[in-house]
Design a protein around this ligand. Structure first.
Ligand SMILES: [Zn+2]
Length: 306
């Protein structure tokens, strides 16, 4: 099974030679998701060798341009390259009314079905589910309505411990109940607990995405217990005032949310173009939340290993 994130753009509003604005590719057990789609995202997808025709769902956090200006171009390219597979875009309700005229007046007739789904910006909500993954949206705290996303693995059927099959004389017809966490009654009439005869399941992985946002306890509650968190840290501590006035976060804000939410690994990004390198962010993160990493374009994080 695989679960990985590729940072396509680690920068804030201004694209630079070193950093593109926000977009991320998520591969969760071969579900292919794009979170945000800043200008140039299609080029970043090519650069990092990601087949964008595999994408099935796009999640747009909010309507500041550095989070969605690449969408019209990406859709147009998908169409030119002969896409037939349906694509679903989750985003603010206004997104459909912005994108459809852009495509219409450009004469683009999409050969694939494009679905828009509006995010609930008031409460946390499950927006996607299949047999192995669930995706939630939840409100962030920013200048305009903004949503974060939480991608969670669903529990998989338990594995029977092979050495217990003979020991308990387990039969095929017992397996399904045991794998679903149900105790069974053996031929002898004895109750056999599923915990005794199945292998301990691996911890389920989950990835929370919080950009753009101020530090918020409500946000920490919405993502509580996620194994991995991407939280924006647009600013360093010395620019806390600027972070507050623009409804963004500093390194410490991101770390505080990660601590409150009991996160294992923190990735910070959406780095302002005023900082030329990651050095100062790395220095501060080491102090505030040691198990963290400062994003750069092209960074790939394998959640199964970290
Ligand atoms: Zn923003």
């Amino acid at each position: 099974m695989n679960f990985s994130i590729t940072i396509l753009g680690s920068g804030a509003a201004l694209p630079t030679k070193n950093r593109m604005p926000t977009a991320q590719y998520v591969n969760c057990n071969n579900r292919h998701f794009l979170i945000d789609c800043a200008e140039g995202t299609q080029l970043q997808l090519r650069k990092y060798k990601i087949n964008f025709q595999k994408l099935s769902h796009v999640f747009i956090s909010h309507l500041h341009g550095d989070h969605y200006f690449g969408l019209a171009g990406l859709l147009s390219t998908m169409n030119l390259l002969g896409r037939e597979k349906e694509l679903t875009i989750f985003g603010p309700p206004e997104l459909e009314t912005i994108l459809k005229p852009m495509l219409f007046y450009g004469g683009a007739r999409l050969a694939f079905n494009l679905k828009f789904k509006s995010l609930n910006r008031i409460v946390k909500e499950m927006i996607y589910e299949d047999d192995i993954v669930k995706v939630f949206s939840f409100p962030l705290v920013h200048k305009i309505p903004t949503s974060g996303f939480l991608i969670e693995e669903k529990p998989k059927p338990l594995k029977i411990n092979p050495s217990m099959i003979e020991a308990y004389n387990l039969k095929i017809e017992h397996f399904k109940d045991l794998q679903n966490g149900k105790d069974i009654i053996l031929d002898s009439g004895e109750v056999c607990s599923f915990e005794k005869v199945t292998l301990k399941p691996k911890k389920l992985l989950s990835y929370a995405y919080c950009s753009d946002t101020k530090k918020s306890e409500t946000v920490a509650k919405a993502i509580y217990g996620a194994t991995h968190l991407y939280h924006e840290a647009t600013f360093l501590i010395k620019d806390q005032k600027r972070a507050n006035s623009t409804a963004h976060s500093t390194t410490k804000d991101a770390a505080d949310v990660a601590i409150q939410a009991n996160i294992n690994k923190l990735i910070v990004g959406h780095i302002s173009s005023r900082y030329k390198t990651n050095d100062d962010h790395e220095h501060e993160m080491l102090h505030f939340f040691a198990n963290s990493i400062v994003a750069k374009d092209g960074l790939c994080i394998d959640l199964t290993k970290e």
